[in-house]
Design a protein around this ligand. Structure first.
Ligand code: EZ4
Ligand code: CO
Length: 409
């Protein structure tokens, strides 16, 4: 088999997505996701201008060789743009291989290790009544694990709170990127956050009982000692995980956090290779790997990363926000089903327009996701529908402290 075409499709149904479609001389096609929130066109260019010409004529079955070729021949290694582009190629090739085999992708990855994929949903509220309503709504929708984000008195705009108004006039919802010409400015005060959050978790536990798995995302805002303090303060409320407690490009910082708290830690949504995790995994400084298949070089690289983590009893918590396209989500679900060290899968529903563009075969029943039994990934792209939604500039917000200092968002 030979690759005869590779097309980059940028579409913006509810938000921007970058999709690579690879076509073979036998008429098989495969899809890969290369969406990088707020920097979508850079991946589209990397693919169109520098990768697509290299793919034509290659044997699509040679996935490992293609991965190594794209990684090593670029010379400039790693980075979110490069690794998202490689991921798009890798996932499209796995889609083709599984379609050629007539099997759902998870079968090629070793078959199912479980019957369903536990998914967590995103509850949030500006105050406790609104937060409780949101948790109840998620429970009604079938979610059996819940991430809890809340407004903080004294802060105007906080990451992850759906009902707060956003800069483009819509609800903030699950989608932090806003269709504004400049990044929206939000504000932050770590001490106010640290004072407020433990009481919120106490109230949630009192209302919903001890069993419900609860998660929280600190979104890179704390120093190591602040993160240690928060982890300790949240111990009575038995979190499933505390995510991104520090900006973890400094992996050593987690040694300090780990010394002080038994709250499980999850890190890695902004990482893009196994090297970003080397200290974190070898020294068992985290409990969950948060990488997205889409941003970490695809199935090939994620499998290796998660196999390495497995030696240290570290589990998967694959990133699944709305900025991962249905193609990237499907890749995550096939991997989740196959690996032994599965932990949990993040799941945010895409909007109705996205569902028109991407036809999906996954199911969500009683809190469990399943990728379905269609050969390949189980996702089809309706290119005519995609063409109706051209790219719209959109940026993630950024933070300033009260004195005007830019802070991690
Ligand atoms: O802010 O995907 O855990 N989930 C997250 C996400 C990220 C967005 C950034 O594009 O932190 O909501
Ligand atoms: Co996160």
């Amino acid at each position: 088999m030979k690759i005869v075409a590779a097309d980059v499709i940028v579409t913006s149904p509810d938000r921007n997505f970058v999709t690579l479609k690879i076509t073979t001389d036998e008429g098989l096609t495969g899809l890969g996701d290369g969406t990088l929130n707020g920097r979508e066109l850079s991946v589209a260019s990397y693919l169109r201008d520098h990768v697509v010409p290299l793919l034509i004529g290659r044997d699509p079955h040679r996935i490992e060789d293609t991965w190594q070729f794209l990684y090593r021949s670029a010379y400039w290694r790693r980075g979110p743009v490069t690794m998202a582009a490689i991921a798009a190629v890798d996932v499209a090739l796995w889609d083709i291989k599984a379609k050629a085999a007539g099997m759902p992708l998870y079968q090629l990855l070793g078959g199912a290790s479980r019957t369903g994929i536990m998914a967590y949903g995103h509850a949030s509220g500006r105050d406790l009544p609104e937060l409780f309503d949101s948790i109840r709504r998620h429970l009604d929708e079938g979610f059996r694990s819940i991430r809890v984000q809340t407004s903080v008195p004294g802060i105007n705009a906080v990451y992850g709170v759906a009902t707060q108004p956003s800069a483009d006039g819509k609800r903030y919802d699950y989608e932090p990127a806003q269709r504004t010409p400049l990044p929206a400015e939000e504000d932050w005060d770590t001490r106010a956050y640290l004072r407020h959050l433990p009481g919120v978790f106490e109230a949630v536990r009192n209302e919903f009982g001890p069993e419900l798995p609860l998660l929280h995302d600190g979104h890179h805002r704390m120093t190591p000692i602040q993160a240690a303090k928060l982890g300790k303060a949240l111990e009575p409320y038995d979190l499933f995980w505390l995510e991104d407690c520090t900006p973890a490009e400094n992996q050593e910082a987690l040694r300090l956090v780990r010394r002080h708290t038994t709250t499980p830690l999850a890190i890695g949504e902004v990482f893009n290779t196994v090297w970003d995790y080397q200290t974190l995994i070898r020294e068992q400084l985290i409990d969950y790997v948060r990488s997205a298949v889409t941003h970490t070089g695809g199935i090939t690289a994620m499998r290796k990363l998660l196999d390495y983590a497995a030696q240290y009893q570290i589990k998967s918590g694959i990133h699944g926000p709305t900025d991962i396209s249905p193609v990237g989500m499907a890749a995550a679900l096939h991997l989740d089903l196959a690996i032994h060290n599965f932990g949990i899968q993040e799941y945010m529903r895409h909007g109705a327009l996205t569902d028109e563009v991407f036809r999906q075969s996954f199911t969500f029943t009683d809190g469990y996701l399943h990728p379905g039994e269609q050969p390949g990934l189980g996702v089809e792209l309706d290119e005519a529908a995609a063409a109706k939604f051209p790219y719209v500039p959109a940026y993630l917000p950024f933070n300033r402290l009260k004195d005007g200092t830019v802070h991690d968002w």
